[in-house]
Each structure stands twice: as C-alpha cells, then as structure tokens.
Design a protein. Structure first.
Length: 241
C-alpha cells in the first residue's frame, strides 16, 4: 500500500496509475471526498486529509509501504513563507509519527538555493523531511513542460507572456509530468537508507525566452516576454545554486 498526496494532480495521478497498473495498492489522500470517488472505483483506498491536518495525515501515512509527498504551489506567499511552513510542519510531524518505511518527495531544481525565492519553499520542505526518521528521496524535477499551457491565453489575447522564470534569458531545463510520475513510482518501489537526491530533466528539453539562435519568426520575436512585477522584499528569480 502506497499513500499518494496530490493524486488529483498531474504528477500524483501518474504515480498512482503507474503503481496500480503494476498491481500494487494505493491509498488516495484527498481533501474532498468527491475527488476520491474515481480512485475508489479503481480499487484504491481513500483517506481524507487536509494538508494542515496533522492527525488526518498521520492516519493516511500509517500502515503503508511508502508515501509520495508534494506540497501545493504557492506563487504569492507572504513574507517568510508562513503558508508553506504550516503545511511542511504538518506533513513532517505526520511522517515522524507514522514512520512509513520510505518517502518520495517531489521537490525542484534550485531547492538547494540559499537565497530566499519561490523555490525556497521546497528547500524548507527538504530540510524538514530530511531530518525525519524515514528514508526519503527528494525528486528534484525540472520546470514542468505542461506549465507552458499557462502562456497560451495571455499570448493570444494580449501578445504578452508573463513569466516567473527570471532572468528571462536563462535557459530553463524542462521535463514532462508523466516522466516525473513514472520515476516517482519507480523510486517508491526501491529500498535505500537515509536521505538521497534524484534530479530529473528532459533530454535536450529547455526553455530559453530570448536566444541568438532564435529565428526572426520565432515566438520570442512575435510576443513580448515580461517578468512578473517585483514585490519589494521578494525574489522571484530561478536559481539552481
């Protein structure tokens, strides 16, 4: 039995389906019972748990072979990341109480950066879970290729693509969510001790907003790429080290 957080999302859904297709049991951890119906019909157990509910999370993580963890993205956090810290505290406390045999945690490239930025939220998650007693693998994935879908509407309607990825001329490694989910499912079936980091990016898959190699008819010349406006005291840059 494997407990899967984020099972209704792109990555968590792939993790669960991959395990089920392999003949393994899954416990779908959802906040809304209606979101668990489809997974129950597929033969999964369903556990109701809010990401801030330590008791419910502990129950969801108990008597399983492994746990897949991710935290919801928070793109406009308050200073100091209190929203992420509350979720991290609840998840970490639940892991410490339930003591699952292994944990696979979805992180990101750049989580190791010391400068405060949006990716720092996952750095905090790595620090907290890394001190937990269960063996944990941090899957540092590249930027989701599917995120490019967010750019379609503003590019079509306004001729502008707002970007969290800064500086705009920095090549950004990318990867498909299906590949992330398949690897996470494979990691859950492995055995290891302690803390380890696994990085994943697509082969020759990167996004670069402006490049000398781009032709005049490229997207970079047809649309204006603009960074999200800076908020005083916050750093939105993408850093890997």
């Amino acid at each position: 039995m494997y407990a899967i957080i984020g099972i209704t999302g792109q990555v968590g859904g792939v993790v669960a389906r991959t395990l089920l297709d392999t003949g393994l049991s899954v416990r779908a951890v959802v906040r809304d019972a209606t979101k668990g119906v489809a997974w129950k019909e597929r033969g999964s157990e369903v556990a109701l748990a809010d990401m801030n509910d330590t008791s419910a999370l502990t129950a969801a993580f108990t008597r399983v072979n492994g746990v897949f963890v991710l935290i919801p993205p928070i793109f406009d956090p308050r200073p100091g990341f209190p929203e992420a810290k509350a979720i991290i505290a609840a998840v970490t406390t639940a892991i410490e109480a339930a003591k699952p045999p292994k944990v696979v945690c979805l992180s990101t490239i750049g989580a190791q950066a010391t400068q405060p930025n949006l990716l720092h939220q996952l750095g905090l998650l790595e620090q907290a879970l890394g001190a937990a007693p269960s063996p944990v693998s941090f899957l540092r994935a590249a930027w989701f290729m599917e995120n490019a879908a967010w750019d379609v509407a503003p590019a079509r309607d306004l001729g502008v693509v707002p970007s969290f990825l800064q500086p705009l001329d920095k090549p950004v490694p990318m990867v498909a969510t299906a590949d992330i989910g398949h690897l996470a499912a494979a990691l859950l079936q492995e055995t290891w001790t302690g803390r380890r980091i696994v990085e994943l990016e697509g082969r020759d898959a990167s996004l670069r907003i402006k490049s000398p190699q781009l032709s005049p008819k490229s997207l970079a010349d047809r649309y204006a790429w603009k960074p999200f406006p800076a908020i005083p005291g916050r750093d939105y840059s993408l850093r890997r080290a």
